[in-house]
Design a protein around this ligand. Structure first.
Ligand SMILES: [Zn+2]
Length: 111
């Protein structure tokens, strides 16, 4: 539950920053064009998508994973980062790396 609150707080903070920036850059009401309104909505939407994808991928796979060879529960040994392009935009994916002492083998859980 604590993790969930942390993700929520981080997402809301990110959204608040996007809204602040958008409002600061927004042309005056009497000068604004429909295309500009559209452009701002799309841009904020794209960034929100990206932030959601980023936040959820960071939270995923924090705990133990089952060794694919012996089935032992193995803790996280470290993290590797990788840039990936998703339908929600480019995100920096953090993947948990596990090392099974019994099998002397490292692995990334699937997914
Ligand atoms: Zn193993």
């Amino acid at each position: 539950m604590r993790e969930r609150e942390e993700i929520k707080a981080r997402l809301l903070k990110g959204y608040e920053e996007l809204v602040e920036r958008m409002l600061a850059e927004k042309p005056a009401d009497e000068e604004i064009l429909l295309e500009e309104i559209e452009g701002m909505a799309v841009e904020v939407g794209e960034r929100v998508k990206q932030q959601v994808a980023q936040a959820l991928s960071e939270e995923a796979k924090r705990g133990e994973a089952l060794c694919p060879v012996c089935g032992e529960r193995v803790p996280v040994k470290g993290y590797r980062h990788k840039q990936v392009v998703t339908v929600a935009g480019e995100i920096r994916l953090r993947r948990a790396y596990h090392y099974c002492e019994r099998c002397q083998k490292g692995f990334f859980p699937p997914g």
